[in-house]
Structures are given as C-alpha cells and as structure tokens.
Write a protein that binds this ligand. Sequence first.
Ligand SMILES: [Mn+2]
Length: 460
Amino acid sequence: MLDRAKSLADIIRKHEDIHIVTHIDADGITSGAIAVQALSRLGKNYSIEFIKQLDPSTIERIRDENHELVWFTDLGSSISNSSLSMIISDHHMCTDDSNSFFHLNPHLFGLDGSIYISGAGVTYLVAKMLDSNNIDLSALAIIGACGDLQEHRYRRLVGGNREILKDAIDANVVRVETDIQYFGRETRPIHKLLQYSTDPIIPGISGYESNSLSFLYEKKILLKDNSSWRRWIDLSKEEKRIILSGIAQRLLLKGFGHNMVKKLIGEVYTLPREEVGTELHDAKEFATLLNSTARYGYYDVGLQVCLGDRDKWLKKARSLLRGHRQNLVEGVQYVKGEGIKQRRYLQFFHAGNGVRDTIVGIVTNMLLNDSNIRNDIPLVGFADKNSREVKASIRTTQSLVDQGVDLSVAIRKAASHVNGVGGGHSIAAGATIPKGEEERFLEALEEEIKTQLSSSKDVL
Ligand SMILES: [Mn+2]
C-alpha cells in the first residue's frame, strides 16, 4: 500500500492544479482536509468539493469541467475505467482493479476497508509520501477512522490505522488511553453519558434519565461540581471504577456474559493540542461534530475546523451539532412512531421526508442498537432524496457478518436490479434507487441475504 501511495504522490507532483472530490461524512471531511493541507504545503493550486455519492451524472459533470487532475478521497472506488485524469484514495469495496496504479484502496490488497484503514487513512498515506513532515496530519486520519467506527469492533484501531496511530503519537497529536467506550466523555454530564449508552446497553439505565440519576446517587457519585454538571473526564479513577463495576454487575445479573462486559472498556483517542472538555479533545466527539456540518450542506464549516479554525467556524459547527443531535433524536422517534416492518431476512422502514437522506444511515444504526428493536436481521432505512430518487441505508451486526452476510455485495446487486447504484462495507452499506422501486429492491436484497446466509452454512 505504501508503494501505491508513493505512485499517487508522484502523480500529484507532476500536476499544478488539483481538484479534490470528497464525501460528506466525517471521514470524507478529514480526507479532504488532509488533501488540502498536503497540496497547499506543496504550493499546488487546489479546489475542493463535497458530494453525497458518486453517480454517473456527477462523474460526467466532473469530466466536463476538464480539471488537470482530480483527486477522489473517501469515494471513487466504484469508478471503472473512466477517461478522467485522476487518482483515488478510498477504502470502500471495489469491483474493478483495472488501472489500479492510480487507485489506493485496502481492498485491492486483500484487506478489509471497514476496519483496516479509512478514507482519511489512505489519503494520509499519500500525504506522508508527499512529505514526511505531514505526519501531523495523522490526527485527522484517526478522527476519520473513528468517524467510520473503525475502532468499534475490537475497541481499538488495528492494521493500517495502528501504524498511523504510531505516527500520531510520535508527532504528539494523539494520545491513547484505556477508558469507558460510551460517547461523550468530554462534554456530556455523566448521567447523560449513561442514559445514551448503546453498546453495550445497560439494563434499566440506557434510555432512562431518572434511573441513570438514581444509579449514580446509589454509588454516591457527586453529579455537580459547584453549579456545573460533572463529566466523565471530571471523575477520579476510583469514581470511574465504582461506576464501571456497577455497570458490569448489572450486565452479569441480567445474564449478559463477560464478552459484553469487556465491551465497556477499550482505547480512546484524545487530541492533546485541543482544549480539555471540548468536542475537539476526543476523536469520536470530533468526528460527530464534523458529521453535523457537511451532511447539512455546510461543507466549509467542518473543513475549516479541520484546517485549524477555532473561532467563528467552530462556533458555527457547535450550533450545527445541537441541530444534528435534535434531528437524530427526532429521526429515531419518527421511525418508532411509524413502525418497522418485518420480513423473513430483513426489516425496514420508509421515512419518506420524515428523515433527511443524509442522516438516515446514522438513524438506521441507532435503531439497530436500540434495546427495543431486534438486531438478529439487517435493518433497511429508506428516505426520499428528491422527487425521483430514494436513499436506502442498510446496517447489520458483526455477528451476522461473521455468519456470511456482506451488505456491500447484497446492496450492489439489489440496487443494480432496479437501475440504482449501491455499495459500501459488509456491515454498513447504502444505495440510491428510483422512487417506486422499493419493493422490488427489498425482494432482491432479501434474496441475496438469504443466499449469503445459506451458502456460508454449506461451507460450515
Ligand atoms: Mn469512509
């Protein structure tokens, strides 16, 4: 992969004007920011755009713009043999490895792009090949990886991400600690952190504010320091230990095994150069802040924060974050109100205009992690993209992936069956399909998932 990164760097050096095309999620924004920094440090001219998805009309439009060189980051793996002058640093599943000399992607090396390295990670490798001084950009690659939940499966970054982490530690831009895995260590009041816990769910506490408060009273944990809510980072080692063993006890009492308890603790990545107690100090929280910008069309906001703004753009990002949280809560409530429809091998909901197409994937993931919703079959979420197209997001669990489910393959087949496009990762994937084709799409998807499950059983 490093050799390939070097080839991409060599191509970049031969050009003066480079147009970056990246994705609208946290991994895409950090990828774009790494590319921007690397090019501006080289003194190259650059421009950048953010897109939701790379469909044929977008590729055609970009080709018509006649850029000297286009750099696709965190997307582009689906482009097959186009006449564009381009390089690609992506980690999504790819089907076509022709002309792969300008395409850096873990899948081309037989590596799993959903955990091994992110879009920001592969883009970082190119930046590092351009100039070894770019290792300070490794912090952005760690944020991107966390944005794509790459640390989630093993509670730590592995593979290529681990190598990047070494750079980040050397450059003193990231610090690794072992701590609770719940979201919001830096910014959430402790009872909120427990109330919103999802993986593992704490029986009787997740989802219940009052139970979360009384659990902490019982453990004699002070909730406030003067007038401000204490956060996880404000707790002493001993207080953390008391809370963690209390949660572990509850899990074991309710019959969850030690494997579930083990999930409570893992690596967390902090950014020592950022202010303690802010969203920027924790890689996961930083990623969520970014997710609330470009998904709502505010592309510049997240990008400027990644490029170092800590003033007006950060303020704007924080206000977008509040809106994003609200939209996610409302999205989940909306779907619960409408109900999830069950089929044999999958379940689905159609939010229509009730949930934005750019966050339906996150909402689908939150629902699959909800204690009141089954997770033994994949969940599909539909949301209208416009009057002609529907966005479909599908999420499943690691356990189904281990049993042979590969959503990226399934959704690609099902989408092309109805003249749509789809792809992604084995555990999380998405597609855009024509409106009115939802039922045919679901049938094809369900058939494919059924085949995947039964053929993996044959092997066993
Ligand atoms: Mn990505």
